[in-house]
Design a protein around this ligand. Structure first.
Ligand code: SAM
Length: 400
């Protein structure tokens, strides 16, 4: 099965080079000035990374993105590594013709920061031939919105087809019901995006937040939330998921089940995807100094809808499962954890049982969606016999 890694589009790198007034092409990274620039930013990236992991509470409370140098290093490294994280979830939404390329796509982004979700979504819309979009960018900090606005001048001019109207406003998600008239009047929105923000918010207000977001959505719209792939942050999102389902939202994706998330049953489980990507040379140069190796893009995501439509219903009527682990190939067998309507279980196939009807199991990768019939439930796992039917129906990165 051919799988295509995600790639940062040239339009983005060109716009980022312009914004940072530094040529990000490989030949410039090896010059004396280039090396000094990368070293300076790598040091700040290390500080951000440490802040977001070790001294999280204090670092987040310091509103780190207000600092101009931090914001620039964040744009250079984190906006780039976050940019592509919206692409696969948006492709999953498109499996059901979610975007009508002939009408204006109306988006609200929450906790915009330097705008990664917005630029990624815009690039995706352009790639599917959408002609018009309207995007409202919101944050608590005016500095972030200003930064996004400056970047937009460099980025938007790269697109010749899609026409985009951007608007900006403050929206404090700690007070989710205090929505400005400007934000309300620009709605309802077809897509809400919220990337790397939930984990900065107090969980006790999640229900209020959900109600408020749902009120801004059009009837067949969706909320896309993306969070880091770490255990704590992923579980934070999974708890939001369970709360949302209790409050009548539908999980469109990644889950193929609506009932409670089985990853929350055990303290040490969580759930995330992983996308192969072509790591840009300037990210590699920073990684080489900081020691962080961003060889793939890992993140947790959740798509909620209020019209009851699910990815599962779009794909197949057969029982569907999401692979929530990598595939482990061992001597006489292969195994992977699959999550579906019946729960989250390790599935095993003995190599001698591989057959025409189940051979896809030998290719399964984390976050592929597959249909399965004829499995055999055992005490601690599920076995796929020779006659089991296993088919990958939505391969991750199987399509551009
Ligand atoms: C880690 S950054 C993520 C930025 C961007 N979405 C991304 O993924 O690159 C978190 C963002 O959430 C914003 N934020 C934090 N608390 C917020 C709140 N209560 N209301 C709105 N935005 C908030 C911060 O200002 C910051 O821009």
């Amino acid at each position: 099965m051919k799988r295509y890694p995600l790639e940062i589009p040239d339009e983005y790198t060109t716009a980022l080079s312009e914004r940072l007034a530094f040529d990000l092409r490989p030949q410039s990274l090896v010059t004396r000035i280039g090396k000094a620039y990368i070293a300076e930013n790598a040091e700040i990236v290390s500080r951000i990374s440490e802040g977001l992991t070790k001294n999280r509470g204090e670092f987040i409370a310091s509103s780190y993105l207000k600092d101009e140098k931090i914001r620039r290093a964040y744009s250079l490294y984190y906006t780039t590594t976050n940019f592509l994280k919206v692409i696969v979830p948006l492709r999953e939404l498109s499996a059901l013709n979610f975007f009508d390329p002939n009408s204006t796509v109306n988006i609200l982004d929450l906790g915009t920061g330097t705008g990664a979700a917005v630029w990624g979504a815009l690039s995706y819309l352009d790639s599917i031939g959408a002609t018009n979009s309207k995007i409202m960018l919101t944050d608590t900090h005016q500095e972030n919105l200003r930064e996004a606005e400056i970047f937009s001048h460099h980025f938007l001019k790269q697109f010749s087809t899609i026409k985009t109207g951007l608007a900006y406003d403050k929206f404090d998600l700690r007070k989710p019901h205090e929505i400005s008239e400007k934000i309300k009047n620009a709605g309802p929105y077809h897509l809400l995006t919220m990337m790397n923000v939930l984990n900065e918010l107090d969980e006790s207000k999640d229900e209020l937040l959900l109600n408020s977001l749902m009120s801004l959505l059009d009837d067949d719209g969706a909320i896309l939330m993306i969070e880091p792939a770490t255990r704590d942050q992923s579980r934070r999102l999974l708890r939001f998921r369970d709360m949302a389902v209790k409050n009548k939202a539908t999980v469109y994706s990644p889950c193929t089940r609506q009932s409670n998330c089985p990853a929350l049953t055990k303290e040490d489980d969580w759930c995330h995807t992983e996308n192969a990507w072509v790591r840009p040379p300037f990210i590699k140069a920073i990684d080489d100094i900081t020691g962080t190796l961003r060889l793939s893009l890992k993140y947790s995501y959740l798509i909620l809808r209020k019209d009851g439509i699910t990815l599962r219903s779009a794909l197949s009527q057969k029982p569907l499962y999401r692979a929530v682990s990598e595939r482990f190939d061992e001597k006489g067998r292969g195994r992977a954890i699959l999550c579906g309507e019946n729960g989250r279980y390790e599935h095993i196939i003995n190599k001698r049982d591989l057959s025409d009807s189940n051979k896809d199991f030998g290719e399964i990768q984390r976050y592929d969606v597959a249909s399965l019939l004829g499995e055999e439930a055992r005490e601690h796992d599920i076995r796929l016999p020779k006659e089991a039917e296993f088919k990958i129906v939505l391969p991750i990165l199987g399509a551009r």
